[in-house]
Design a protein around this ligand. Structure first.
Ligand code: SF4
Ligand code: SF4
Length: 119
């Protein structure tokens, strides 16, 4: 009981354990997994990131060279970054700014051209 009472008093007197985000932003730290970036010029539209993403927030349309991501579904786990064979996915050390609108990340690149067999 006295132990519990001391915890109650400590929490009552001490400051808040949470921050008033976005007014108060935590300092970044090493290996922080923030905003997802695709250097689309290096992307081969293989679709591995789409298959591996646990949130199913990536859509790849290989034929059209389209790479889409819904940042509102992303949980910033970094699995797509680790799985990308081209290393074109990275994560910034900051998060996206809060937004009232549901903006998709939609990138367009050049899909690799299929080699045709000579007759
Ligand atoms: S895994 Fe990498 S190369 Fe493949 S589609 Fe995703 S971002 Fe592009
Ligand atoms: S960071 Fe995780 S949740 Fe976000 S797109 Fe990549 S695999 Fe999906």
């Amino acid at each position: 009981m006295p132990k519990m009472l001391s915890s109650v008093l400590k929490n009552f007197i001490g400051g808040s354990a949470t921050r008033k985000y976005p007014i108060e932003i935590r300092d970044v730290f090493e290996n922080y997994r923030g905003e997802l970036i695709n250097s689309v010029s290096e992307c081969t539209f293989c679709g591995i990131c789409q298959k591996k993403c646990p949130s199913q927030c990536i859509t790849v349309v290989r034929k059209e060279g389209v790479w889409d991501c819904d940042p509102f579904l992303c949980v910033y786990c970094g699995i797509c970054v680790d799985a990308c064979p081209k290393g074109c996915l990275t994560q910034k050390n900051i998060h996206r700014k809060p937004s009232r609108n549901r903006e998709m990340i939609s990138l367009k690149g050049e899909p690799p051209v299929k080699k045709t067999k000579k007759a």
